[in-house]
Design a protein around this ligand. Structure first.
Ligand code: SAM
Length: 303
């Protein structure tokens, strides 16, 4: 397979060094580098095809930066505090959906037998556990997953693959109390507003979506200079829009963001609680897409 670069790799030629310098100067002046007048659809299609290759990669071809086996303890460390307690508070009749689950390791940890993991690593109180659904575009199930699914029986844990979140109907998936996404579809999708709309349609009222977005303009404004952003948003008249301010314009949700300016990439930890059923997400149009892990994306708000 032709190797596909991470958007931040290869910044060492004179040309790219100059480009980085220009970005730093523009950022210092509070400006953004100009976006093209119109999205270049053939280039976007080419990049989406490259992205497919990353999803389909197996064995030695999987790029080392494309991590698909984070543990539940990693999720607890990456998501807003409160995630572990919320998961631990779910009962037998409740449901947890992990979008972009990779190998489903977080769900395996949650269901690990009592003696195999410390309670803190399982985010679970002994006894009751929610039914869990892992979703991935590509099938990354391991033997461990198959064994555990067989020994639990029924549909305590399910693994869905072969399509994207947007391709499932509400009837197929049902509703959930907790939905997580750790470097999954929220970070990878080329249709961010549709993605968020779909997630919210699958949440029960009172349910929460826990996620994060790396490489974004931070809500607290404490961005370091010279950052190469991964997900950039513009409002309808071309001004920079932060991902959290865009999400907060959604009807029927309560959005909480925590800005991490000292992480390798400026990252927003995000939690979206659905508070009523008339959800409406401000629509975004994809302007640019560059394959990677995660990809680089630019969106503009559509009026
Ligand atoms: C980098 S892996 C992350 C896996 C896991 N969450 C972890 O942290 O180890 C990205 C995952 O997101 C999935 N993914 C990307 N876009 C998706 C979408 N629109 N719908 C469902 N899954 C998606 C990929 O198939 C893959 O399983």
């Amino acid at each position: 397979m032709r190797s596909v670069k991470s958007p931040l790799q290869g910044w060492n030629t004179a040309g790219t060094r100059l480009a980085v310098l220009i970005v730093i100067v523009l950022q210092a002046l509070g400006l953004t580098a100009g976006w093209p007048q119109e999205p270049a659809q053939p280039r976007i299609d080419e990049e989406i095809a490259k992205q497919e290759k990353i999803y389909r990669s197996q064995g030695a071809e999987v790029p080392s930066g494309y991590v698909t086996n984070r543990a539940l303890s990693d999720y607890a460390g990456l998501l807003l505090s409160g995630f572990c307690d919320a998961l631990g508070g779910l009962g037998n009749a409740d449901r947890w959906l992990d979008i972009g689950a990779g190998s489903g390791q977080a769900i395996l940890d949650y269901y690990a037998p009592e003696d195999e993991a410390a309670p803190a690593e399982k985010c679970a109180r002994s006894g009751a556990k929610a039914r869990a659904v892992a979703m991935s575009i590509e099938d990354r199930r391991t033997d461990k997953w198959r064994e555990q699914a067989a020994s639990l029986g029924g549909d305590r844990i399910r693994y869905l693959y072969g399509k994207r979140l947007r391709d499932y109907s509400l009837e197929e998936l049902g509703k959930f109390q907790i939905i997580t996404d750790v470097f999954g579809g929220f970070t990878y999708t080329e249709n961010l507003s549709l993605f968020v709309e779909k997630v919210l349609s699958l949440l029960e009222i009172g349910g929460v979506f826990y996620t994060l977005m790396p490489g974004v303009y931070l809500e607290n404004g404490k961005d370091r200079l010279g950052i190469l952003y991964l997900t950039e948003l513009e409002d309808a008249v071309g001004r920079r829009e932060k991902v959290c301010s865009w999400l907060k314009k959604t009807a029927c949700v309560k959005v909480t963001c925590e800005s991490k300016s000292d992480w390798k990439r400026p990252t927003e930890l995000i939690n979206i609680r659905k508070v009523c059923s008339d959800v409406s997400v401000p629509r975004l149009k994809l302007w640019e897409f560059e394959a990677g892990y995660p990809p680089a994306r630019r969106f503009q708000v559509v009026q």
